[in-house]
Design a protein around this ligand. Structure first.
Ligand code: PA5
Length: 428
């Protein structure tokens, strides 16, 4: 399960205010639970089953099985919402070098224009059997477009035209130029759901395919998301007991109290890419019209030794949301043995690192909460089911939070402006 713990909210945003805010704005929750007509072209993610039905999952699994038989390496070519969620889930599940099972791995391209990084990607393919997946909703974005050509050419030089074509999958909008290319050249085409913006595609085939290739249990991921949806969209449940709603209210009360940054902090480095996904989700959805908390993240305990000072004592502009895993999984225990050498760490003899890490978490939260609001999102454990819950929780909270803030969560006018200037500079 997933819970919102408000014990450490502190004085600037209180639970009572959250409960009062819930009553005052309850219409916002109701209309988001139902899905607003004005955003009908962007709400395809709201009902998980619409784009992750059992039938769709079976199709994805079938394609993933075919690709797994052909290759050990899947290059996910995509940027932002076309890349982050799969990477977030795989990293959280403990993928090593992009692989969960030690036989099949996902590596990433299409998210950089750096020649140095792209050379490394190409080097990393040597000695491997490769398939590529170009994920591009509008197929105009520079990073995936240029990487797709680079990797297509690499595949053709390695395998020849015909075999290369069998190794290319594209995920795009039906009717797009990308689909035309697929038909013309015999690449496999999969559907990027039209009514879902990139950053809300976590639970669609955009990400389910790379996850299934890497051996993740996508059925459990989707089941977790469906269960979370059932809880959060249950209109019969008391609004002030809805954790996504309360979290959205906390964020907005923090904004009203003059805070300007939300730090997502975690003590498990496996959430490193999850935090990038979160940053994109909230950054692109809320940061418009001079509004929105700036979403940032902190990887503790390491960054207690760099950012910790500022968090505790710097410009008072932060709220800090902790992401905490309540119970240890199979690999989460490591007992530190006693030592004959007096290294002055005798107090740790026989203590499990799980408990040492928890002590660091609880102490930091207690200290930080003296200065800033510190809600905690608690997950029972890290597995596909809980990650599915977490992804849905954040997407739904983001929708609610943007509505409270009175911004359109589903467009990104600022991003479009820089793209236009870049295209002009490149002579497009
Ligand atoms: O959330 C979004 O809409 C964006 O971040 C997109 O995912 C990102 O810009 C990539 O877009 P595309 O898939 O069209 O290349």
């Amino acid at each position: 399960m997933l819970r919102l713990n408000e014990t450490y909210l502190g004085a600037r945003v209180t639970s009572d205010e959250v409960t009062r805010g819930s009553a005052a704005h309850v219409d916002v929750l109701a209309r988001c639970q139902a899905g607003e007509e004005r955003y009908a072209d962007s709400l395809g993610w709201l009902h998980v089953d619409d784009w992750a039905s059992d039938e769709k999952i079976a199709q994805v699994e079938e394609l993933a099985a075919r690709l797994r038989a052909q290759a050990d390496t899947f290059v996910l070519i995509g940027v932002g919402g076309s890349n982050n969620a799969a990477r977030a889930v795989l990293t959280a599940l403990g993928a090593r070098d992009g692989s969960l099972d030690g036989t099949h791995r996902v590596i990433y391209a299409g998210n950089t224009l750096s020649a140095f990084e792209l050379r490394r990607v190409l080097e990393d393919l040597e000695g491997h059997e490769v398939v590529i997946d170009c994920v591009a909703k509008n197929f105009e974005t520079l990073e995936p477009g240029s990487s797709f050509r680079l990797l297509r050419q690499w595949l053709v030089s390695r395998y020849g035209e015909k075999d290369a074509a069998r190794r290319i999958v594209c995920c795009g909008t039906p009717g797009s130029h990308l689909e035309d290319l697929c038909h013309e050249h015999g690449y496999t085409f999969t559907t990027f759901p039209e009514p879902v913006g990139g950053r809300f595609t976590a639970l669609t085939e955009v990400h389910l395919l790379p996850l299934a290739f890497a051996g993740a249990d996508i059925r459990a991921l989707v089941a977790g998301a469906r269960a979370e949806e059932a809880l959060l969209r249950d209109a019969g449940r008391r609004p002030d007991e809805n954790p996504a709603w309360r979290y959205a209210l906390v964020r907005n009360l923090a904004w009203d109290a003059g805070l300007r940054v939300e730090l997502l902090s975690f003590f498990e480095p496996r959430f490193r890419w999850f935090s990038k996904w979160y940053e994109q989700l909230f950054g692109e959805s809320e940061g418009k019209g001079g509004r929105g908390l700036f979403p940032a993240s902190a990887e503790y305990s390491e960054e207690l030794h760099s950012l910790g000072q500022y968090v505790q004592d710097g410009t008072p502009q932060l709220m800090e949301t902790f992401l905490d895993v309540s119970g240890p999984g199979a690999d989460d225990s490591l007992v530190l043995g006693g030592s004959d050498i007096d290294d002055r760490f005798g107090y740790l003899d026989g203590v499990d690192f799980w408990d040492i890490n928890k002590a660091s978490f609880t102490a930091s939260r207690e200290a930080h909460a003296k200065a800033l609001p510190c809600p905690t999102i608690e997950l029972d454990r890290v597995d596909e089911e809980h990650l599915g819950r977490l992804l849905y929780f954040f997407m739904f909270s983001c929708y609610l939070s943007a509505e409270l803030l009175d911004v359109n969560p589903f467009d990104q006018p600022g991003v479009e402006a820089y793209k236009q200037l870049m295209f002009e500079a490149l002579g497009k």
